[in-house]
Design a protein. Structure first.
Length: 238
């Protein structure tokens, strides 16, 4: 009677099938775990409070102005940072007249930073508590405008001209100016601390006009006309 024989090919097939099924189960388990991990990350980032807004900080403004920025941005505490509408927050802050620029930053894990650039007033609008920046934008100030600012009496294109002239003045000339008026692009007029009038004209050739005016100021006059700096004139009266 002969001994039983073992079919090596069948054994190898069975072992191969078990190994393949094992690898498939492992791959399936890995995919399930990866899916669960991804779902957890999505939940944590988009829906949970782990990465949600807990504080809003303003850079570039303080006190009441900072409060106005926060109110204008309308950032809700508890909003997941990744879902924060930065464009909407930026538009809200830019609606404040005294703000010239703002950057909305996500400060991970729980902070929103509003970096604000404020307008710099260079004149006070006559007859009001408003101030004006170099671009001719008017905005309110808290309290009374600084006394060091010259006053401006103008509107529309005249206001743009007046502010362009003031912004282009060299520091030594600007320090002498107490008021400026303009109604067109070419008729800006300055009143100096001495009481003298300077007929400046347009905002063009500011450096040349300032150089000519410095020379003219050596002689006391009531009116200095540098509208055409190549042919300046002075008067003892209007």
């Amino acid at each position: 009677m002969s001994a039983p024989t073992i079919d090596d090919r069948r054994v190898r097939v069975d072992l191969g099938d078990r190994s393949l099924r094992r690898r498939r189960r492992i791959r399936a388990l890995i995919l399930v775990l990866a899916g669960l991990a991804l779902a957890g990350v999505v939940w944590a980032v988009f829906f949970s409070s782990l990465l949600a807004v807990k504080s809003v900080r303003v850079v570039g403004a303080e006190g009441v102005q900072a409060d106005q920025v926060i109110a204008a941005a309308q950032v809700s505490v508890g909003t997941p940072l990744v879902r924060l509408d930065t464009a909407q927050a930026q538009a809200g802050v830019l609606a404040l007249p005294w703000v010239s620029g703002v950057e909305v930053r996500r400060g991970w894990p729980n902070e929103v930073v509003l970096a604000v650039t404020t307008r710099v007033p260079i004149a006070a609008l006559a007859g009001s508590n408003q101030v004006v920046d170099a671009a001719g934008v008017t905005f309110d100030v808290l309290g009374v405008p600084p006394e060091s600012l010259p006053s401006v009496s103008a509107k529309g294109i005249g206001l743009e001209t007046a502010m362009a002239v003031l912004a282009a003045l060299p520091a030594d000339i600007a320090a002498r100016v107490v008021s400026v008026t303009a109604s067109t692009r070419d008729d800006a007029s300055l009143i100096l601390r001495s009481g003298a009038q300077v007929r400046w004209g347009s905002s063009e050739q500011a450096e040349f006009k300032a150089e000519v005016l410095r020379a003219l100021l050596r002689n006391k006059r009531e009116v200095y006309d540098v509208t055409a700096p190549e042919l300046p004139t002075t008067f003892k009266g209007n």
